[in-house]
Design a protein around this ligand. Structure first.
Ligand code: KIV
Length: 261
């Protein structure tokens, strides 16, 4: 059954946890969809995971669209969200409408995600939703601001926590249909989750959010370095390294192809 924004919001009311993972290509997306993942995020973390960039800043809108199209080809049921990358929406509202509009016109994603909750971003969310583009918000640790925030936990002082709380409230009011809470204290995540009617999707924000998201490369053990809050459920680096080394040895020794192959 297709996942919709209405279902995601209904699940918050029913306290049915929302399961979300990132995807960057057809093969991964297809497996996540078969596994029944509710929300597939084509996160700009694909810049590091799939494109080898140092952080998310170099990712372009065309790269996001290219990967989102591939992900959507693998998905039947999950709700797909495409990240707007750095400097494709912050300049002004026209730029945000053009970028988000291009995603909606050229891919089958159901929504875009953007980072930040400062006043101009609230206006952007309001304008995008007003013209019919669903927006998922993202506050706390926003990786597009890595040069200012680093990758540190956010909202640790009462002032900073209050600021993030107010941003979350304003983003819901502006029309965001859900919000990612990244690497904030559990107390703050609980307060936001209890005070919003839209679902909160946590990553490094404790286990009391309405849903959880992880970068799939971290979950599968493909990443060279994990953030402190991520857990690997598999070690695909080892599986892949062992397999290709085995193949290489077989080719060199003449064991591949076998007679049957
Ligand atoms: O880009 C991404 O993968 C994300 C998640 C960390 C939420 O934004």
């Amino acid at each position: 059954m297709k996942v919709t924004i209405q279902k995601l919001q209904q699940w918050k009311k029913e306290k049915r946890p929302i399961v979300s993972l990132t995807a960057w290509d057809y093969a991964i997306a297809k497996l996540l969809d078969i596994a029944g993942i509710d929300l597939i995020l084509v996160g700009d973390s694909l810049g590091m995971v799939a494109l080898g960039y140092e952080n998310t800043l170099p990712v372009t809108l065309d790269e996001m669209i290219h990967h989102t199209k591939a992900v959507c080809r693998g998905v039947n049921n999950a709700f797909v969200v495409c990240d707007l990358p750095f400097l494709t929406y912050q300049t002004n509202i026209t730029q945000a409408i053009e970028s988000a509009g291009k995603v909606m016109k050229e891919t089958k994603a159901g929504a875009v995600k953007l980072e930040g909750g400062y006043p101009s971003m609230i206006e952007t969310v309001s304008r995008l939703t007003e013209i019919g583009i669903p927006v998922m918000a993202h506050v706390g640790l926003t990786p597009q601001s890595v040069k200012i925030l680093g990758y540190k936990q956010q909202g640790k002082t009462p002032d900073k926590a209050e600021k993030i709380f107010n941003q979350a409230m304003a983003l819901e009011k502006a029309g965001a249909f859900a919000i990612v809470l990244e690497h904030i204290t559990e107390d703050l995540a609980i307060r936001i989750t209890e005070n919003l009617s839209i679902p909160t999707i946590g990553i490094g924000a404790g286990n009391r959010c309405d849903g959880q998201v992880l970068v799939t490369a971290d979950l599968l053990g493909l990443s060279e370095k994990l953030p402190p809050f991520a857990i690997s459920y598999a070690n695909l680096r080892t599986v892949i390294l062992d397999s290709v080394t085995h193949f290489s040895e077989d080719v060199k020794s003449g064991d591949f192809p076998h007679e049957k192959v």
